[in-house]
Design a protein around this ligand. Structure first.
Ligand SMILES: [Zn+2]
Length: 336
């Protein structure tokens, strides 16, 4: 607990106070709701104190909790939207079908209705939806503004070339890890697919991977991230993927957590080597020299079979056993 001083009206003196959380009930739009706010308690008499900044903090706390409770966009979400599509407040308002100053009012703190909030969120998570809105209202905004945003729409559409499920998995991985390189992401996706076959008896996503020189690669995913090369993937536009986590159920998340917590501890290069010791990649590489490029598909059947068999050897539903498996593979790789 943080300790600072302020003027206590009860004690008529400068005293130290302690910040504490307190539950309060508030009527908002005809509904009584409970919020957790911060208050200052005098260390000497135990009464509430009004200290500088506390009212602003409480307003912010209630606003944040209300938006979360009602699943409404935040002011920050709206700024992100404007930045992503390179569009100003007024044209954005018009394009979304709102009144011209609606977005301005939201940026000043007015809380949007659920209906308008959903429109904003759809635009945030889908460039195709934004495109449709732009075309509907094309004649109502300046041509230059239209063109500027359409360029962004098209740019953003190019990161949505994979299935919704794949985007959801990628977004979940981004959320779970501090840094992911494109190579690492590829290997994690491959293991996630394999573990899903083995433990959930179903594929995680529809995409097929190819047996490239550096291991299994999902080509469309590769194209989205290739410009990051050997660096961590980092670009604010990938916030757009977050809406796709809704395509994952608890069983999917269990698989992703399992793979991220085990394989995710290793670098992309190590995982490249482990995939080189497993039969799915080896079978698809059959007949190709070590450094010969190939677009041969690693069939889902071979992935399914391989990881199914792993269950008999290791109980791979548990992290410790997956770690054992990785350790055994690395021993083979480095001849230990
Ligand atoms: Zn006091």
């Amino acid at each position: 607990m943080q300790r600072e001083t302020g003027f206590c009206v009860e004690c008529r003196d400068v005293t130290s106070y302690t910040l504490q959380k307190k539950l309060v009930k508030k009527m908002i739009r005809g509904e009584e709701l409970t919020f957790e706010i911060t208050c200052a308690i005098c260390d000497r008499c135990g009464e509430f104190m009004s200290v500088p900044g506390i009212i602003d903090l409480n307003v912010r706390e209630v606003d944040e909790q209300y938006r979360k409770l009602k699943d409404l966009v935040t002011i920050e979400d709206i700024y992100t939207l404007m930045k992503l599509y390179n569009i100003g407040k007024a044209p954005l308002s018009i394009v979304l079908g709102f009144g011209e100053i609606t977005i301005t009012r939201y940026l000043l703190g007015q809380v949007p209705s659920k209906e308008y909030s959903d429109v904003i969120r759809n635009a945030l998570f889908s460039p195709e939806y934004m495109e449709q809105k732009m075309l509907e209202n094309k004649d109502k905004i300046a041509m230059s503004a239209f063109k500027k945003s359409m360029t962004k729409v098209n740019e953003l559409k190019s990161i949505f070339t994979v299935s919704n499920k794949m985007i959801g998995v990628i977004s979940y991985i981004f959320e779970s890890m501090d840094e992911v390189t494109p190579l690492m992401l590829q290997k994690l996706l491959y293991y996630i697919q394999g573990f899903s076959f083995a433990l959930n008896d179903r594929e995680m996503f529809i995409e097929n991977c190819e047996a490239w020189v550096h291991g299994p690669v999902y080509k469309d995913v590769y194209n989205i991230f290739k410009h990051f090369r050997y660096n961590g993937i980092d670009d604010p536009k990938f916030v757009m993927f977050e809406g796709y986590k809704k395509y994952l159920d608890d069983k999917d998340k269990y698989i992703i957590d399992l793979v991220v917590n085990t394989f995710g501890q290793y670098g992309g290069k190590v995982l490249e080597k482990t995939t080189h010791k497993e039969s799915p990649w080896l079978l698809a590489r059959n007949g190709f020299g070590e450094n010969v490029p190939s677009n041969e598909i690693i069939s889902k059947e071979t992935i399914k079979e391989y990881f199914h068999e792993l269950i008999n050897e290791y109980d791979i539903s548990k992290e410790e056993n997956v770690n054992k498996y990785i350790l055994n593979l690395s021993n083979i790789i480095w001849g230990l």
